[in-house]
Design a protein. Sequence first.
Length: 190
Amino acid sequence: MITTFLVYFLIACYFVVERTLRKGEQALSLQPGSSDRNSSYMMWANGLFSILLVLLAPILNFYNLGSWNNIYVSWIGIIVMISGLVIRYWAAQTLGKFYTRTLQIVEEHQIIDIGLYSIIRHPGYLGVFIMTIGAGLAVTNWIVLLITVITSFVSCAYRIYVEEEMLEGTFGEDYKVYKATTWRMIPLVY
């Protein structure tokens, strides 16, 4: 199905975006900061696991394990994935030099509260989460959708907890004020 190949293409686009938007040696480093608490490894493991599930979806669908062959849902999934990729790109672009692979405080670090960050504190994670939902829909497999959404939410929730602890420890009252005026990831929900 063409939508499955588009899912793979959009995942490849995600990796290109991730690489091109990180500026400087510290942003590209895979070395976690002292406050990371293995959240980067958890996010990477979940990402790899989710990609493997998406790659296995055609096999599951062939054996009718979780398959719901619906072309409209599949195309909606592609649109949702593109939306997530755009949100991730926008968030990363807004962060600029503060956009790093692992949790760390970079030189001259500051709280970003413009664009999407004026409403939600973690739009980059929201973008990835939306992409995950879109991929599950696009490969038309409810098992893949369910598992990837649950594992992605758990890993994002942990990462957000650790990241906010780090930022609050660094910025103190300023970050508490920012937290009081924004949502974590989903306005009016979380």
